[in-house]
Design a protein around this ligand. Structure first.
Ligand code: HPA
Ligand code: MG
Length: 229
């Protein structure tokens, strides 16, 4: 029994660690991949190719199904940066659900958070489309985020969602950043832990650009200059 519990704890710990991308990982050369030519010169390297994101998402979907497969869930997609991850994660959960004995009923809702200008987090976090979320009361909620930095945004969002008294809240984050002042608030399911660099692609933006890029890349200094506001 103790062994079973220790195994469960280990698995849970691994789920919120994710694949660790170390600080000295320079990434793949852009020449090795296809990407929109309008971004040539705007990127330094590919740090997570699209195929790897998809493979990791498939595994996260399985972990989520193992934990929540007996429940119907309300997915709360955090726009805009989380839309691609959420769409792919929901697709993978659907595929697993269709091939399992008990299908999982999912409702998907969207909320929008905005706190970044250029590559800096601003103090004022805006939560849009979340004024009345009484439909969450008594439900199992899966919040889906593209990226978690210090965790302060997630903390604020969790407080907001908790006020509607859901039965359970789990968080899936594709990326968490290794930042010094990270709060204790970490997603339950993490795709990748990345260095503290500004990344774009796979719906993550820099002033609304780069969402139309499949891979997760590091933006170059000239890219930052070009799209600065
Ligand atoms: N890229 C895009 N959006 C973000 C990031 C990032 O690195 N960190 C927080 N929001
Ligand atoms: Mg953004």
């Amino acid at each position: 029994m103790a062994e079973v519990q220790a195994g469960r704890r280990r698995r849970r710990r691994r789920r919120n660690e994710g694949i660790v991308i170390h600080d000295d990982w320079a990434g793949y050369s852009l020449d090795l991949f296809s990407y929109p030519t309008h971004y040539s010169g705007d990127l330094d390297s590919v740090i997570i190719p699209h195929g790897v994101i998809m493979d990791r998402t498939e595994r996260l979907a399985r972990d989520i199904m193992d934990d929540l497969g007996d429940h119907d869930i309300v997915v709360l997609c955090v726009l805009k940066g989380g839309y691609q991850f959420c769409a792919d994660l929901v697709d993978q959960i659907k595929a697993l659900s269709c091939s399992s004995e008990r299908t999982i009923l999912m409702r998907v809702h969207f909320i929008r958070l905005k706190s970044y200008l250029n590559d800096q987090s601003t103090e004022d976090l805006h939560i849009l489309g979340a004024e009345d979320m009484s439909f969450l009361t008594g439900k199992n909620v899966l919040i889906v985020e593209g990226i978690v930095g210090t965790g302060k945004t997630l903390e604020t969002l969790l407080k907001h969602v908790e006020a509607f008294r859901p039965k359970m809240i789990k968080v899936a984050g594709l990326l968490i950043k290794r930042v010094e002042n990270r709060s204790a608030c970490v997603p339950d399911y993490v795709g990748f832990e990345i260095p503290n660099r500004f990344v774009v692609g796979y719906a993550l933006d820099y002033n609304e650009y780069f969402r139309d890029l499949n891979h997760i890349c590091v933006i170059s200094d000239s890219g930052k200059k070009k799209y600065k506001i």
